[in-house]
Design a protein around this ligand. Structure first.
Ligand SMILES: Cc1cc2nc3c(=O)[nH]c(=O)nc-3n(C[C@H](O)[C@H](O)[C@H](O)COP(=O)(O)OP(=O)(O)OC[C@H]3O[C@@H](n4cnc5c(N)ncnc54)[C@H](O)[C@@H]3O)c2cc1C
Length: 297
């Protein structure tokens, strides 16, 4: 299911940029996954699985990665895979573009407006906001890391884990890191924005709702990223921040109807929301309109 969603999501990004008239800053310049010896099997197994699903991922030797990106320390890992159609998208332009497209279609979006779901006799009535009550037949809980709270309000159990992830930006260099690189052994990822800033972080840890940045992260990140790309030594950090996301218990999105009539889940995306979220929204729409969907009939 995740492969189908991710493949469809890439296509939707292409189509929706044109439809909304907004550039998502999507750059399909490849996705490289690397691992140390002890995790090589994970990459090999995943590549075999993806290829069976028709995704054109290739296994690579460290030296081949060195050809794609000469500054990488090929001694720092022993296995790699490469997905040429993968890449990087900027989350903010995606959200702004989708909002613009929705407004063009007549959707009303209330920015910065907290909503509380109102349920009576196990049936959704609508949402309460500071501006008043809005009647609704359906309320979709797409509240990310706050989905557990929204579910609790509706009287529905949801036990997603909340993960905090820290990330930072290093000063601009002439764009030269083409692919997105993720090292599954160190939990480290790095890419370069079109402005030349080097964006990278360490895959998050279970933490609860906490969006504070830490010095500990900066030290760990600096150590790992310079092991992998020694030329980054000595560059300045421009800014750092942290975000939170919710991970479902089975690592798949939580999507579909609940035992409260009209209360629908669409959350638990973990570290994959930017890769599958738009396609998941499309599948949920099919489900609500009674069509066949990856989330059921
Ligand atoms: C540092 C970092 C790096 C990441 N890297 C990647 C990556 O490389 N690839 C990838 O695919 N994903 C990545 N992710 C994960 C991705 O950002 C999430 O999967 C995605 O944002 C989830 O989308 P969502 O819409 O479900 O939740 P969110 O984006 O969290 O949106 C939920 C929204 O609901 C709002 N909300 C909550 N409660 C209420 C309420 N009661 N009323 C009204 N609004 C409410 C919140 O304010 C929020 O705006 C990363 C996340 C972080 C933090």
């Amino acid at each position: 299911m995740l492969v189908k969603l991710a493949t469809r999501n890439l296509k939707l990004y292409d189509n929706l940029q044109a439809e909304a008239g907004f550039n998502f800053l999507l750059r399909k310049s490849g996705y490289v996954k690397i691992a140390k010896e002890e995790d090589a099997e994970v990459i090999e197994r995943e590549t075999r699985f993806l290829r069976k699903q028709g995704v054109e991922v290739e296994l690579m030797q460290p030296e081949d990665v060195g050809l794609l990106f000469p500054d990488i320390n090929v001694e720092a890992f022993s296995a790699a895979s490469y997905f040429a159609d993968g890449g990087v998208v900027f989350p903010w332009p995606v959200i702004w573009g989708l909002a613009k497209g929705c407004r063009k279609l007549g959707v009303r979006i209330y920015d910065y407006t907290p909503a509380n779901v109102v349920v009576e006799n196990r049936k959704v009535k609508g949402v309460k906001t500071p501006e008043g009550f809005h009647r609704a037949d359906y309320v979709i809980n797409a509240a990310g890391a706050w989905s557990n709270e929204v579910s609790r309000e509706a009287g529905v159990d949801l036990n997603n884990r909340i993960v905090r992830e820290e990330i930072c930006v290093i000063e601009s260099l002439k764009p030269y890191i083409d692919p997105y690189i993720i090292d599954i052994s160190r939990g480290l990822y790095v890419s370069q924005s079109m402005r030349g800033e080097i964006v990278g972080g360490i895959v998050g840890e279970v933490n609860g709702i906490n969006m504070k940045s830490s010095l500990d992260f900066l030290v760990r990140y600096a150590r790992s990223v310079t092991q992998l790309i020694p030329k980054l030594r000595g560059l300045s950090v421009l800014r750092q921040w942290a975000g939170i996301y919710d991970v479902s218990r089975d690592n798949r999105p939580v999507a579909g109807f609940t035992n409260v009539e009209g209360f629908v889940q669409l959350n638990g995306f973990g570290r994959q929301g930017m890769s599958i979220g738009v396609a998941a929204g499309e599948e949920l729409a099919k489900l609500l309109f009674g069509k066949r969907s990856l989330f059921g009939d």
